[in-house]
Design a protein around this ligand. Structure first.
Ligand code: BV8
Ligand code: ZN
Length: 252
């Protein structure tokens, strides 16, 4: 029996969908030149996440954490959305799309997606640890930036390990997940919670899971379709098929 064509399986699922959610991780931005975390050349192969992405680490050595975020901001500032980000934006023509991203690189917003839930914050935004005033990260020049209003230390407005995610944001995620007909899980190792638990919530109410990743992840065994390979190639191919199908529909 020949292997089913994975693209055909994806189209078969999409034909019955109204609400499509995308859950993305660092892998979707890899082809924009931004390193991932857990790949062999990723950040966690060189640095200790607890030193750079935890409140304790920041308390111990704010200068080191700021050096790391400024290094990432430099890379992210010269990165552009790639064809995977753009394809997700284009799919808004056919479905109600929500993007739930673990990425802090702003690339889904730059690609023009209209509903982006940034689970772990955004590197371009910083906030005062005392009075919660917000600042544009690229304008902060001091080694350890201080708040002009209250003198408090300013930090990147991102979610670190052991920190709660924004309540309202999480509420919106759970609301969307309950009406999601299909969730695309793209470029994430599915190891960080609560995001890693989201696809299961979709499956529990009968929604479908389509995973796109270079490698298998803990999610792959329960995915309805697993597309092995680059996010840009698969998303481009899916969009092409979708356009063909929609055109054939309008002709019939
Ligand atoms: C919380 C900051 C409540 C932002 C990050 C024990 C068990 C279970 C959970 C826990 C536990 N102990 C603690 C926890 C909770 C913890 C957690 O999940 N830990 C895990 C690691 C065990 N979670 C938290 O602390 C969260 N808060 O739960 O609050 C609470 C509080 C206290 C105690 C318990 C609970 C907060 C999590 C946020 C952490 N913030 N970073 C930043 O600087 O970016 S983590 C970091 O990981 C990033 O945010 C990133 O978004 C996130 C996930 O990583 P991925 O995006 O998946 O990236 P990764 O490199 O791992 O994978 C890339 C994938 O892409 C790979 O699979 C690769 O194959 C693929 N790929 C590569 N290239 C391509 C590709 N795919 C397609 N195409 C390509 N071209
Ligand atoms: Zn302040």
């Amino acid at each position: 029996m020949e292997e089913p064509d994975p693209l055909r399986s994806v189209l078969k699922i999409l034909k019955d969908c109204k609400h499509v959610t995308f859950l993305t991780g660092a892998g979707i931005s890899k082809e924009s030149g931004i390193p991932t975390f857990r790949d062999k050349d990723g950040y966690w192969s060189k640095y200790d996440p607890m030193k750079l992405a935890s409140p304790q680490g920041f308390l111990e050595n704010p200068a080191l954490v700021w050096e790391w975020y400024r290094h990432r901001l430099k890379i992210i500032s010269s990165a552009r959305p790639n064809q995977a980000h753009e394809a997700i934006k284009e799919m808004e023509k056919y479905f109600n799309i929500t993007v739930i991203t673990q990425n802090i690189d702003n690339l889904h917003i730059e690609a023009g997606s209209t509903c982006v839930l940034e689970l772990h914050g955004n590197i371009f935004r910083s906030r005062c640890t005392q009075c919660d005033s917000k600042f544009d990260t690229s304008l902060l020049k001091e080694k350890i930036p201080r708040c002009p209003k209250c003198g408090g230390i300013i930090r990147p407005d991102v979610v670190w390990f052991g920190e709660m995610l924004n309540e309202d944001l999480l509420k919106r995620c759970y609301e969307v997940l309950t009406i999601t007909d299909a969730i695309f899980v793209i470029g994430t190792s599915n190891q960080v919670y609560p995001a890693a638990g989201f696809p299961l919530l979709v499956k529990q109410h009968g929604g479908k899971i389509i995973e796109i990743n270079l490698n298998n992840t803990p999610l792959s065994p329960i995915a309805d379709v697993f597309l092995q390979g680059k996010a840009t190639l698969w998303m481009k191919a899916i969009l092409e098929k979708l356009k063909e199908w929609k055109n054939s529909m309008s002709l019939s």
